[in-house]
Design a protein around this ligand. Sequence first.
Ligand code: GLN
Length: 387
Amino acid sequence: ADFVAPYDATVIELLRQAGSVFIGKTNLDEFAMGSSTENSSFFATKNPWDPNRVPGGSSGGSAVALADDLCIFALGTDTGGSIRQPAAWTGTVGFKPTYGLFSRYGVIAMASSLDQVGTFTRTAADALTLFETLGKPDHRDSTSDVRFHEFDFPDQGLVGLKIGVPGEFFGDGLDVGIAKLVKRAIDRLSELGAEIVPVSLPLLKQALAVYYILMPAEVSTNLERYDGIRYGYHYPDQKAESLTDSYFKSRGLTLGTEVKRRIMLGSFVLSAGYYDAYYARAQKVRTLIKQQFDQIFSEVDILAGPVTPINPFTFGEGSNDPLKMYLADAMTVPVNIAGLPGVSVPCGLDDNLPVGLQLIANRFDDKKLLSVASVYQKSTGYHKQHP
Ligand code: GLN
């Protein structure tokens, strides 16, 4: 609660050098675990479009700061959708770059092989501007990789571009209102000149299960350091009965329910006897999912679909039903599993609640992705609607 970072993360350093004026830190789910900000240690953030509903998460505070015009951009991290999903639910643009493109140095690790820093903006063009500042190599992050491709902003609309629409994104569980708006957005991409190609990625159906095995495994490992000795709350020595008691109390008294649930799940899938059945198998399926995306991107430039299957839920609906909350991540997690760039762009209102169109590109095609998003956005006015 009272922690003040002793040094700047690379992304903060870069923004500072570029002259940014920082106005505050935003709320989020504890350790970025959640889809609603209800797991925050402080309070839940409300959705300005309907204060009875969640703004999405985990970077809900960043999304709302943007939706309410408190700032012109905000940062977040996206491990399984925490930028794109709250962007979709607040009518803002949420961009998750290719894995490794924005430095993770100074970012608290959730699941290191999936975590990526990204941006909230009102337009995809603004996201491109920030990309120029943040897409820099960093020797302090061993996964830093900035081999992105240049892309000339298309002045002929989207002529010459192939956009794939995975059928798996439009299956059972997708809200009809969302399906309608996303299909209308895809029609618009076609009017702008893109060739729309129906495609199939059968393994998308396994992505959620893979994510909810690999992510908790990495979470349980990364959060080992919060043992109260160097990191995290330290239980008073005079009260602790032993070193073990100190560890148990330091962690047990302070980590939230969702965080504990994931540490337990992660410890389980990594434990002797279950490692091969869960963790090792999920890693293999991860490789297959990546290969399926590689194959698709040899045929199309961009993939299009919904960001989330449902509209923002009311407070308590998701936090009282963790599985329901996890299921809402089905369309965002495949992008993290394959390390791809993805963006959520506003595509209309369903029942007066904003809906996002998700565009996905191949690794390092971030500029192509944002350019396409920008062409789409310039032909619509949805991002100009305010709560
Ligand atoms: N909602 C997802 C989860 O709870 C994504 C979190 C994130 O991207 N930080 O894990």
